[in-house]
Design a protein around this ligand. Structure first.
Ligand code: ZN
Ligand code: ZN
Length: 238
């Protein structure tokens, strides 16, 4: 093939790629981060609509139904200023309550935000929550789907860990009806997420009422760390 033919082919391929990119649209319903970067804020369109931009962090911040992306995360990093509800730990989210989609059976997804966080939405009806000091705790059992998706979806905490997110202040232990992970974010000890090491900014301590894990004693006395002292005798050159 001649150089000229190659160039023509390359141009044709570029045109095809460009028109494919133009044609690609992503369907959203409900409020969602405009780009996924906190500084770019939120899109407040509630009705189903399209954007030419793909959702950023789609696999952790969104759930999909019929190719419609629904943002279920904490909107706080994106400058959200509307009414908000305080939650602690993992809980169900019902997509057809959040947005107007036509279903016969509730579409139940799970939020994997560790520790205290905010949502723009109240706990969905038909799901069991207990409130303690205005913080919602899920009081039901976690199904198999929740456990199966956990390693992937819990990475939402890695995403948010890179942002400076104000959180509800929760200084008390969760009520006994809550069976999810008890992780106080931004305190002291590292926790591994999905088997991968956490980023340096993610510092987590696990507090539980019913065990003695709060004794984080790291004061090991390592004798092998001691150095023998050598006496340096300087013999003068004089
Ligand atoms: Zn939008
Ligand atoms: Zn949540």
């Amino acid at each position: 093939m001649s150089h000229r033919n190659l160039a023509a082919l390359a141009t044709a391929l570029l045109l095809v790629a460009a028109s494919a990119a133009e044609a690609k649209q992503w369907r959203y319903a409900g409020m969602h981060p405009r780009t996924g970067q906190p500084r770019d804020g939120l899109c407040h369109l509630e009705a189903p609509h399209v954007h030419s931009a793909a959702p950023l962090y789609a696999d952790t911040l969104y759930r999909t139904r019929d190719n419609v992306y629904v943002f279920i995360g904490d909107p706080t990093p994106f400058g959200y200023e509307g009414p908000r509800h305080s939650y602690y730990g993992h809980h169900p989210v019902v997509l057809n309550v959040l947005v107007d989609i036509d279903v016969d059976v509730d579409v139940v997804e799970y939020c994997y935000h560790d520790g205290p966080h905010y949502h723009s939405y109240a706990p969905p009806p038909g799901q069991e929550f207990v409130d303690k000091e205005d913080v919602h705790f899920y009081a039901g059992e976690y199904p198999e789907e929740y456990r199966r998706e956990n390693p992937k979806l819990v990475r939402v905490n890695t995403v948010y860990g890179g942002w400076n997110v104000p959180r509800p202040v929760v200084t008390f232990a969760p009520p006994p009806q809550y069976h999810g992970p008890i992780i106080q974010v931004n305190v002291d000890v590292d926790v591994r997420v999905g088997g991968r090491p956490p980023p340096p900014s993610r510092e987590v301590i696990i507090i539980r009422d019913d065990d003695d894990d709060d004794d984080h004693h790291h004061g090991h006395d390592h004798d092998h760390g001691k150095h023998k002292k050598h006496k340096h005798k300087h013999k003068g050159w004089d």
